[in-house]
Ligand binder design. Sequence first.
Ligand code: FAD
Length: 313
Amino acid sequence: MSIIVFVEDWNNVFKKASFEAVSYAKSWADLAGTSVTAITSTHAQDPGTLATYGADRILTLSLSATPFGTAQQLAAMAEEATGIVIAGTSFGRSVAPALAALANGSLSTNTTSIPSSIAPVTVERGAFSSKGIETIELSGNLPIVSFVPNSIGIVETHGIGAVSSFDAAGTDLLTVTDKTVASGKVALPEAEVVVSAGRGLKGPENWAMIEELATVLGAATACSKPVSDIGWRPHSEHVGQTGIQVNPNLYIAIGISGAIQHLAGVSASKTIVVVNTDTEAPFFKAADYGIVGDAFEVVPQLVNAMRAFKAEQ
Ligand SMILES: Cc1cc2nc3c(=O)[nH]c(=O)nc-3n(C[C@H](O)[C@H](O)[C@H](O)COP(=O)(O)OP(=O)(O)OC[C@H]3O[C@@H](n4cnc5c(N)ncnc54)[C@H](O)[C@@H]3O)c2cc1C
């Protein structure tokens, strides 16, 4: 028996959230007095690196490309698991509930803490669109935790790191017919800095300055829902209650009013900076720093200031 952790890759390279997932599994395993088994794709580069974050056994297999197929493959291993960890990425958030249904597990989504106890497994999770923190006990059959990326952190430790291949054929009922690739250089759910813009930008032609600011900050780009609904930006950038939930160290909101549905997906950000012409914009109430001003004047100044700052380093 061990804590099983699903380790996702993107174009054969491990995601940052995957290292965090292994760190999570290691903390849980230490508490439960057991080991960590990492499940990853045969195509992932250098699976042995997972030992750095606490993986004792690393099983590589021909993973399904669909969340349901992956859930089936993980469910086939459930009998060996004391618990299962999945990072709450876009893909992971689809795998987790399917796995819970297939393996008759008890699932905590949106989890923001490692277990505080193991009998039963007790964790904290964001509730009511992350406005509150709920402490829940996973007292059912198989505890499964899907955690919010960036909420736990990556911890370097030492695992045994034995790599072997494994055959877990799932019956994939779904086929991927199209895969939309996010255009940003940094994956949004895992980003430590996010530059986000809304309808205040007036049109898609004005996003060059947002991308410029994101590039200089090493940030991911995001947007409000109406902006993606009208096609100014791809849906993969939409954050909020009905979009991606982000948890960065820094969230810069430009020309976004701060409607409650938007805040639901970004309020867990550690520092929020708001740029808006309207002093009464609701976003200012959630901001750590506010700039009352026109985005078309403020953003180029931010870009220049960041460039000058970097040049001095
Ligand atoms: C069920 C439901 C779910 C929803 N889910 C989401 C969600 O997940 N995410 C989401 O974002 N929304 C969501 N919405 C929509 C939400 O209610 C708001 O309508 C939306 O967030 C507003 O987007 P916005 O701030 O870009 O646009 P607006 O509300 O039009 O605000 C634009 C802002 O830009 C400012 N501005 C204008 N010009 C400038 C300038 N030159 N410089 C600086 N600032 C300027 C304005 O003062 C204003 O505050 C949802 C709504 C519903 C009903």
